[in-house]
Design a protein around this ligand. Structure first.
Ligand SMILES: Nc1nc2c(ncn2[C@@H]2O[C@H](COP(=O)(O)OP(=O)(O)O)[C@@H](O)[C@H]2O)c(=O)[nH]1
Ligand SMILES: [Mg+2]
Length: 404
């Protein structure tokens, strides 16, 4: 069997932690295997166990009661479900996040432009709705989401029930929170090991996010394994190895050009044997072969499930906030092929627009789980709807007092 050797293994032995991060609350929706897959053909599975060990196709997933306790809150926007309870929260740090979103708050940014528009006005005229719309549309909020965000303001202004700038801010703020509050929360331990797949097009920040997530997990004394599922680009493997060294965790790589699904299968097996808590799988964003990227990713998903029942427990789509409408299209494309459990929105420090988070949440029903606000390991922040909207659209206390 080719591609079985962990080419570069750098291990810093850690005492496995007694207790892992608590499992998700019971009753959360189960992790779903990739949608619309028929029973996968077995020919390509590396040393794959046969059918009975395989993760079921979507149609069978409803019967999987036993998995529910540890399963994530996979978002299924089409189904009517009660809103998930918010996960346990760390203290909010609006000021900290605001530093990362500094561009959004500059005069040419989303917040900055709204602030200028509202500035000094005692009363907002109905016609101002058009200007708010223009600002939202040019800030990557997207057409549908802009309408959703603005409907109540527009209506209120037209009826003259809404006149004061303070109240208009309030409504926008509240609607924005409602749009992005999808109850994702940070990664949870779904069992040992928990396998997480990161997908997304090239350059969005998958490998960097893996490094950041590994740093967080290692800081909590969790044993991490990084897996190089992008086997065709030597640079991709090297980049992951650098993160492995930095974090002090093992990196599992196949031989150059090995079948990524085979590498993932072996890596997950190894993680089970060596008591790893968290497996983070890096994947390709574009292929240098004729294989279709989505087919390859689906195969990785199937193979992970053969190596460990329920794996991958989460599949995160990494999206670059500076990509605007492209980010929305990427979400659509990946959502159609894979069962995504959420979004990592990167490079928010690099955009004055900032509307991508609102648009992805509102249009795709995918919860943002983390936001990237820089290249350092500590620049990955857990996403919290209130904190995010307050950091982006919240006014300074001084301003509010001045307006009162
Ligand atoms: N400013 C900024 N840069 C980022 C962030 N996340 C990733 N990057 C940078 O984006 C580039 C591409 O990231 P990489 O992880 O290689 O993307 P991949 O191709 O998806 O694996 C690198 O230069 C990263 O340092 C972020 O949140 N903010
Ligand atoms: Mg990469």
């Amino acid at each position: 069997m080719p591609g079985k050797k962990p080419a570069d293994r750098r291990v810093r032995e850690r005492e496995p932690r007694e207790e892992l991060a608590p499992a998700r609350k019971p009753g959360a929706a189960p992790a779903r295997p990739a949608p619309d897959e028929e029973a996968p053909a077995e020919e390509e599975g590396p040393e794959a166990p046969k059918d009975e060990e395989r993760a079921p196709a979507t149609g069978e997933a409803e019967e999987e009661e036993e998995e529910r306790e540890l399963a994530p809150e996979t978002v299924q926007p089409e189904e009517a479900k009660p809103p998930p309870a918010p996960p346990p929260r760390r203290p909010r740090d609006v000021a900290g996040l605001r530093k990362g979103l500094a561009k959004v708050r500059e005069p040419e940014g989303l917040f900055g432009r709204l602030k200028i528009l509202f500035g000094g006005k005692k009363e907002i005229e109905p016609a101002v709705a058009e200007q708010i719309e223009e600002i939202l549309l040019t800030s990557d909020v997207g057409v549908k989401t802009t309408q959703a965000l603005l409907a109540e303001v527009r209506d209120g202004l037209e009826r003259r029930e809404l006149r004061e700038p303070d109240r208009v801010w309030e409504v926008l703020h509240r609607r924005a929170i409602e749009l992005v509050r999808l109850g994702g929360g940070p990664l949870r331990q779904h069992g040992k090991p928990t396998v997480v797949l990161l997908v997304g097009v090239n350059g969005t920040g998958k490998t960097t996010t893996i490094g950041k997530l590994a740093t967080k997990a290692a800081d909590q004394d969790r044993k991490v394994l990084l897996v190089a599922g992008d086997t065709f680009r030597a640079a991709a493997v090297e980049q992951l190895q650098i993160w492995g060294e930095r974090v002090g965790c093992e990196v599992y790589c196949g031989q150059g050009g090995a079948d990524p699904a085979a590498v993932v299968f072996d890596a997950v097996k190894r993680a089970v044997e060596t008591g790893v808590d968290l497996v983070l799988v890096d994947t390709a964003g574009r292929l240098h072969t004729k294989t279709n990227l989505m087919d390859e990713l689906k195969k990785i998903v199937r193979t992970a499930g053969k190596a460990l029942d329920g794996a991958p427990h989460e599949t995160l789509l990494v999206v670059d906030a500076t990509n605007g409408q492209n980010a929305l299209q990427q979400a659509q494309m990946f959502k159609e092929a894979l069962s995504l459990s959420g979004i990592v929105l990167t490079k928010l420090d690099g955009t004055a627009k900032g509307g991508t988070a609102l648009a992805i949440c509102a249009e795709h029903g995918l919860p943002v789980r983390y936001v990237g606000v820089g290249e350092r390991p500590e620049d990955l922040r857990d996403f919290d709807a209130e904190e995010f909207v307050e950091a982006m659209l919240g006014r300074d206390e001084q301003e509010q007092e001045a307006a009162a």
